[in-house]
Design a protein around this ligand. Structure first.
Ligand code: 1CP
Length: 322
C-alpha cells in the first residue's frame, strides 16, 4: 500500500469529491468515504486499504473549528493559551467521530483479503496544526510554546494522547486490523523534546492499545527523526516504523531492532517521474532491506500531480521483486 493512496491524483476520487461541499463532508459521509477508501484497491489491487479521513478530524471532534480551503490546506482557530485549551471538549469526540467508525465497518465488510489500516496523527503533529492554526514550514509558535510554556504544552499533549487512544481503539473495535500514527513533524524538535513529546506519548498510546487489543500492530511514522529512529523503535514498542525519504534504509536497519518491520521509503517525486529513475530507487530500497520484515511504501504521501499509471508501474515492480 502507499501513503495517501487515495486523493486528488485519482480521477475517480475527484468525481466523488465533487459530489460534496468540502473535505469534512466527504470524511463524515460513510458511504462516500468507504467508496474512496476502496478506490486504490480496485484500481491497483493494493494489499491494504487506509481509512479515508484526516489527522485533523480529532481537533475537529474536540470542538476546534476546522476548514479545508481550496489550494490553502487546513485552517483552524489557533490554540495558544490556557483558555483556548480549556475550550477543547474530549466528551464530544466519540459522538462526533461516529460516522468515521461507520466508514471503518463498511470498508471492513468489503475489503476481502486486504488489510484495513486505521490511523491518527500523533499527539505532537496534531498539536502542531492546532497551535499554529494550519500548516507551516517551521511551526514556530508550536516550538516556542513547547519551550516557553512547557506545562501548558504538556497539558495539550496529554489531552491529545488520551483522545488518540480512544479514537484508535474505536477504529479497532469497528474493524481496523492495524493502526498507524502519523508523526509528520517529529523531526522539528530537539532530541530532548523529541523524547518528551514524540517518544513518550507514542509509548503511552502503544501500551494502552496493546492492553485493550493484544496483537493489533501499531505502525509509527516519526518523519525526519534521523538517527533517533532506533530509540523511537525501542522505547515505543511499535511493530513497524515508517522511514521518510531522507532515511538511509541500510542505516535504519542497523538502528531499529530486527523484529520491528521497516516501512518505506521511495521518494514520492520519484513516483511522479516514473520510468528508470523510479525503478532504480525502488530496487535499491528493496535490496537494502532484504532479509528483514519490510513493508514497501513511499517516504511521504503521494502528491496530487502523480500520474496514476506510474503507481501501476510501481506496484508491478514491487510485486516482481517480492
Ligand atoms: O480535498 C482534498 O482532496 C484534500 C486533500 C487531503 C486528503 C486526500 C487532505 C487535506 N487529507 C487527505 C486524506 C488523508 N490525510 C489521509 C487518508 C488517505 C490516504 O492516506 O490515502 C491521511 C492518512 C492523511 C494524513 C495527514 N493529513 C497527515 C499525515 C501524513 C502527511 O502527509 O504528512 C497530515 C500532516 C495531514 C494534514 C493535511 N490534511 C490535508 C492537507 C492538505 C494536509 C497538509 C497540510 C500542510 O501541512 O500543509
Amino acid at each position: 500500500w502507499l501513503m495517501r493512496q487515495v486523493g486528488r491524483y485519482l480521477p475517480e476520487y475527484r468525481a466523488v469529491r465533487a459530489r460534496v461541499a468540502d473535505f469534512i463532508a466527504l470524511a463524515t459521509t460513510p458511504e462516500l468515504a468507504a467508496e474512496v477508501t476502496l478506490q486504490p484497491l480496485r484500481r491497483y489491487g493494493m494489499d491494504a486499504a487506509i481509512l479515508f479521513s484526516d489527522i485533523l478530524m480529532l481537533p475537529w471532534a474536540l470542538g476546534q473549528g476546522l476548514e479545508y480551503r481550496e489550494g490553502e490546506g487546513p485552517v483552524l482557530p489557533p490554540i495558544r493559551d490556557a483558555a483556548a485549551v480549556a475550550t477543547l471538549d474530549p466528551g464530544r469526540v466519540a459522538g462526533a467521530l461516529m460516522p468515521i467508525m461507520e466508514t471503518v465497518q463498511r470498508v471492513r465488510a468489503e475489503v476481502g483479503d486486504a488489510t484495513l489500516i486505521g490511523f491518527a496523527g500523533s499527539p505532537f503533529t496534531v498539536a502542531c496544526y492546532m497551535v499554529e492554526g494550519g500548516g507551516s514550514r517551521d511551526f514556530a509558535y508550536t516550538r516556542t510554546m513547547a519551550y516557553g510554556n512547557p506545562a501548558l504544552f504538556r497539558r495539550l499533549l496529554d489531552l491529545l494522547t488520551d483522545a488518540t487512544v480512544g479514537y484508535l481503539s474505536a477504529q479497532i473495535n469497528a474493524g481496523a486490523e492495524a493502526v498507524m500514527l502519523f508523526d509528520s513533524w517529529a523531526g522539528i524538535l530537539s532530541p530532548t523534546l523529541f523524547r518528551v513529546h514524540v517518544i513518550s506519548p507514542t509509548a503511552r498510546i502503544v501500551a494502552a492499545l496493546q492492553e485493550r487489543h493484544p496483537g493489533i500492530p501499531v505502525i509509527g511514522f516519526p518523519r525526519l527523526a534521523g538517527t533517533l529512529i532506533g530509540e523511537y523503535a525501542r522505547e515505543t514498542n511499535v511493530r513497524a516504523v515508517g522511514l521518510d525519504t531522507a532515511a538511509d534504509p541500510a542505516l535504519a536497519a542497523t538502528l531499529v531492532p530486527g523484529g520491528v518491520a521497516l516501512q518505506g521509503n521511495l521518494d514520492p517525486l520519484a513516483l511522479v517521474a516514473g520510468g528508470a529513475g523510479m525503478a532504480a530507487e525502488t530496487q535499491g530500497i528493496i535490496a537494502a532491506l532484504h532479509g528483514r520484515p519490510h513493508i514497501f511504501n513511499l517516504g511521504h504521501g503521494i502528491v496530487p500531480g502523480t500520474p496514476p499509471e506510474h503507481v501501476a508501474q510501481l506496484v508491478q515492480l514491487v510485486r516482481a521483486a517480492g
